[in-house]
Design a protein around this ligand. Structure first.
Ligand code: IDP
Ligand code: MG
Length: 138
């Protein structure tokens, strides 16, 4: 079990003004922010990040949405980080997410669902390295 996960506050949540309250939830849940930046993915970079979903019917929609505006990318540290963070954000579809989860509170649809969380230790590594060098981590 690793102690690291990776998150993005997605373009919908940044645009809707939820960045602050979402970061507050993450910090209050006991995650240490090791690295963080406000940035924007090009369609090429978004396609690369989500290459694992290339064959899924929503891939083009996902790539277009994730490159549609600024995001906040961050590396988070906590014991059992991947699983604990998935619990904090809730199910992919906000209408199926548990009460009090970030997606239940701040997401509008299964596509525009406010926040990303790595689904495995291996993907947490890959995704963290996709955005951050070692010198950018604290
Ligand atoms: P996850 O983000 O909860 O891990 P995944 O199945 O890995 O969910 O899907 C990645 C992202 O693709 C989702 O967060 C969401 O933005 C988008 N997505 C997933 N399923 C659908 C769908 O049925 N329609 C549109 N977008 C979807
Ligand atoms: Mg996923």
């Amino acid at each position: 079990m690793s102690n690291q996960t990776f998150t993005m506050i997605k373009p919908d949540a940044v645009k809707n003004g939820y960045s602050g309250i979402i970061l507050d939830r993450i910090i209050k849940a006991g995650f240490h922010i090791s690295a963080m930046k406000l940035t924007r993915l090009t369609p090429e970079k978004a396609g690369e990040f989500y290459a694992i979903h290339k064959e899924r019917p929503f891939y083009q929609e996902l790539v277009s949405f994730m490159s549609s505006g600024p995001i906040i990318a961050a590396i988070l540290i906590k014991e059992n980080a991947v699983e604990e963070f998935r619990d904090l954000i809730g199910a992919t579809d906000p209408s199926k997410a548990s009460e009090g989860t970030i997606r239940k509170l701040y997401a509008g649809s299964v596509g525009e669902n406010a926040i990303h969380g790595s689904d495995s230790d291996a993907n947490a590594q890959f995704e963290s390295n996709f955005f951050f060098t070692d010198q950018e981590r604290f």
